[in-house]
Design a protein around this ligand. Structure first.
Ligand SMILES: [Zn+2]
Length: 135
């Protein structure tokens, strides 16, 4: 699967966002090494702290289905219906990714299927705290 195809799935996933408070819709598409794709959209809550990001929805869905070997994730977001810049994973999602992915895990950050960049988890989370630290 190409980065463009994975990003296209993430863009479609934004439709499932429940975001009445921020009006920011975020979609994520997580590609497993075996080719399976898990998607997620952000889900907000009136109490705010129970809110969960699109990336973690996708990761937790995958882990709950027995997947732990991930190749890359595509993330895209919009505010008030407009994509205007990249939506990079928040700090919490970066740490959750690090639980299952090494430094070379790829993150496709897109504004559209034709306008995206690919970074690594190490780019976003240098000097990370990882499972290796506590095993
Ligand atoms: Zn997040």
């Amino acid at each position: 699967m190409t980065d463009k195809e994975l990003l296209s799935i993430a863009i479609k996933e934004m439709e499932k966002s429940y975001s009445p408070y921020s009006n920011c819709k975020v979609g994520a598409a997580l590609l497993c090494k075996n080719g399976r794709v898990f998607t997620g959209a952000n889900i907000e809550n009136a109490a705010f702290s129970p809110t969960i990001c699109a990336e973690r929805v996708a990761i937790f869905k995958a882990v709950n289905e027995g997947e732990r070997d991930f190749l890359k994730i595509a993330v895209v977001g919009e505010k008030d219906g407009n994509v205007n810049g990249i939506f990079a994973p928040c700090g919490v999602c970066r740490q959750v990714l690090r639980e299952f992915c090494d430094d070379n895990f790829q993150i496709v950050l897109g504004e559209s299927e034709n306008d995206f960049k690919v970074v690594t988890l190490k780019d976003l989370l240098p000097y990370s705290f990882s499972p290796e630290n506590v095993r």
